[in-house]
Ligand binder design. Structure first.
Ligand code: DC
Length: 234
């Protein structure tokens, strides 16, 4: 298993999917799970700043994510939601929702079940998040924490939004990612931070392929390639 943590705009999700495909492993986007609960909160007309109401909804809502790196899926109550979880209303509310301890408890339990199932069936998994190396899977044989400068992260996020047809400027993207990172790293419940034994890797001056090569090398050094992957994950 590879735990890949870090803030948005570091290339984490793209790299995690490609790395999973390269390793022949499954892929889990834990951010999508927090985004799904947030979408449910917004659809239900619940105030994201009301932790009691958010926790109550989180215990009822059925969140589903796919683990095939070639085909990410996100479902709420069995219905595909597609790109709706990546829109600005969800970006603006997801940090408040993911700071609620009960939400984290429910989703972390679900993440551990998915990881165990994929390790049993596929043999390996790359997990993308904020607290994977610290909380969800502290025994992961490879933990990487990706970083990048705020300018680079904002530019990447803005380019992603534009490519997906969402209106975006670099200034708005920077304000959005900085606000979210501040909230995600200062919350009381499982704040975003590198695990003590994580490899901290700055992607500011690297493209996706270069990051992928570096991470594949790390995975290889830890014996996480090919047939050895399943064994090393246990
Ligand atoms: O990776 P992302 O941008 O899709 O994540 C969306 C939000 O979910 C992020 O702002 C913080 C939260 N999150 C979290 O608290 N813990 C995780 N393991 C993954 C995401």
């Amino acid at each position: 298993m590879v735990a890949l943590d870090g803030p948005s705009g570091t290339g984490k999700t793209t790299v995690a999917r490609k790395l999973a495909a390269t390793l022949g492993a499954g892929y889990l986007d834990t951010g999508a799970m927090y985004r799904l609960v947030t979408l449910a909160v917004l659809r239900a007309g619940i105030d994201p700043q009301d932790p009691g109401a958010v926790a109550a909804l989180a215990s009822e809502v059925e969140v589903g994510v796919g683990t095939d790196p070639a085909r990410p899926r996100a479902q709420l109550g069995g219905q595909e939601v597609g790109e709706e979880i990546r829109t600005e209303p969800v970006n603006a509310a997801v940090s408040a929702v993911s700071a609620v301890p009960e939400v984290r408890e429910i989703l972390v339990a679900g993440q551990r079940r998915i990881i165990a199932h994929v390790l049993d069936t596929v043999g390996g998994i790359v997990v993308d998040g904020r607290d994977i190396g610290t909380v969800v899977a502290p025994d992961a044989p490879l933990k990487v924490f990706l970083t990048a400068s705020p300018e680079v992260r904002a530019a990447r996020r803005s380019a992603q939004d534009s490519a997906a047809g969402r209106k975006s400027t670099t200034a708005a993207a920077r304000a959005s990612v900085e606000r979210r990172d501040e909230l995600d790293s200062t919350r009381t419940a499982s704040p975003m931070r590198p695990a003590g034994d994580a490899v901290v890797f700055d992607t500011s001056d690297l493209n996706i392929e270069q990051v992928l090569v570096a991470l594949s090398e790390l995975a290889s050094q830890r014996g996480l390639l090919g047939g050895e992957f399943a064994e090393a994950c246990r």
